[in-house]
Design a protein around this ligand. Sequence first.
Ligand code: ACM
Length: 415
Amino acid sequence: MKLGRRTFIKGTVAAGAVTAAGFPHIWIKDSSLAYAASGEIKVGVLFSLTGTTAIVEESLHKATILAIEEINAAGGINGMQIKPIVEDPASDPATFAEKARKLVLGDKCVSVFGSYTSASRKAVLPVFEKRKNLYFYPTLYEGRECSKNVIYTGAVPNQQQDEFVPWLIEKFGKRWYLIGSNYIYPKEENNYCKKLLAEAGAEVVHEEYVPLGHSEFSSVINKFRSEKPDVIFSTVVGDSVVALHRQYRAAGLDPEKMPMASLTTSENEVAAMGGDAAAGHFTSAPYFMVHESPENQKFVEAYRSRWGGDKVTHFVSEPSYFQVHLFKQAVEKLSAGDISPKTIVEAIKGEEMIAPQGRVRIEPENLHAYLWPKIGQSQSDGQFKVLKTTSEWLKPEPYKAYQNQVCTEAGLKEI
Ligand code: ACM
């Protein structure tokens, strides 16, 4: 790229700047110059490889790396290789924020792929918003966010609950026990659930939250016994999912009479707990590993060939994989000198691809994804049997629980 005098002045280094992460860095005002300068495209990969949510985040890391390797093996993006810079934020929101600052300010990544929990996404959000960088977030989450610096490729409540909750009420009944991990995601997700329950004349017999990493569920299980709910609605995450299912099974409770209905239990957690502990319970998600499509067959085969024949794919690793391919499609539309977080956001709006779950699309208004909700029942072989699939992709409505607010391209609007 040729630098004119004006461009050169715009790109002048402000020497001696020190970042919030505590290390000196070179601040280049025209950031697109920094992103194009190396002839490679640096991205951050920020999933926990240790700590309580490593049980799921390690697989998100692997799906992200797989997609990057596939793109690089096929020639990169317009001849440029993607260079992943990997950090382990150790399941700790403060460490997520520290590593995000390093990736954005120190390494000059043009985007970062990361996070499972909403707590960690909330922790890094100020970094991406302040520095006008871009975070690709693959996880199902509670909605109620309208950032122009995040691409959201996991399901929001309307995409997991709108079909699931009425289906469960009809099949099992109206007395619900809500159990979640104690942070923002389960609480907001349960607010949405309570709205749907109220509309159907159903009731919450008990609502409770356990600390992240909680592993002793005997008093919870005693309450299941005494309350005898029709449905146990679980938004427990991480290692706790395994403990809850195993202890439910060990207590001799019966999923045919009192099933757990989860928004967070995937093939990944089932692999950790063993198929027998999960069998009979239900999950709503846009993707299950058994989904039949050529794109999914390719994904599963590639994942297993790269990471091991016994590995599973699931509804958070699948968006971790397809969002890197969407990133590639967006960057491909740009010339090398124009690559920046800002231009990537514009280029990804309305972008579509056939993902393993089906055709997905980034909604330009709110930067969330159109997805294909499904209801699955856990089987003892560790897979899910898909009982219901939406007939059309479902629009993401991150503010559906808050009818007076809507996320638009111009920002959050009160209506
Ligand atoms: C989550 O915290 N979004 C699962």
